[in-house]
Design a protein around this ligand. Sequence first.
Ligand code: PAF
Length: 287
Amino acid sequence: MSAILLNHIDEVKSDIKQWKNDNLKIGLVPTMGALHSGHASLIKKAKSMCDRVVVSVFVNPVQFGPNEDYDKYPRTIEKDKHLCDELGADIVFAPSAKEMYGENVKLSNTDLTFVCPPYNYIDCMCGKSRPGHFDGVATVVTKLFNIVQPDFAFFGQKDAQQLFIIKKMVKDLNMNLEIIPCPIVRETDGLALSSRNSYLSLDERKSALSISKALFEIEKLYKNGVTDTSILFDSAIAHLDKKIELEYLEFRNFDTFQKVDEISKNTLTAIAVKIGKTRLIDNIILR
Ligand code: PAF
């Protein structure tokens, strides 16, 4: 069966109302489109847990900074819809920015009610170089939760800081759903799937391979008993291709988001880099 493509909030709400009346479990997979196998794994997981699955496809303007890739971000709705059909999603919700934020809104927090995650969790890692990004993410995700009222929402672990912040938001604001984290999906050579990989030239893609290599090196050393993060940091950096500009490589407790000097259980090891103009992130969780 084909998924229904809906562009309007009211249409989605009316289907949701019917599903709620029928006591069906609803899953939401929020995306910005340009779907790849990583997204497919989220949709499959949602299908396995829910009676109905909504995939949102929305390049959210309020989570992009003024000099970021909002205009350039790949938009491939026909292909995305096709993949959602194949995977058995029920609704593809692809609103316009006007539908989500209204006609005259200037998309700043002087015009719009924003959901702002706490400073401690956004003034670091990706939030440091992308001011306002997580306010934009938390705001759109809250709007999507209010529209779709899902029982479960599925997020990839690749955006580990996003995942942490959304889980915290759901807990802090008593939102009525469960967040389901899903593992990173990688190419066979180790590169983490990302819609932004399409920006890479062949040469840049070769350099990008050293990101996961650096993380796997950390994992290998950790398995061999090295827990000192300064040693792990130096060994990882040595594996990064020379063309890569490191933004951060950090070790944080994935339960508290505090930085750690020694790896203990559930340590997030996260990296962000720039290759040419493309910014990529990746991580592994050391358990
Ligand atoms: O991870 C993403 O693709 C986006 O940040 C999300 C969660 C869909 C919000 O726009």
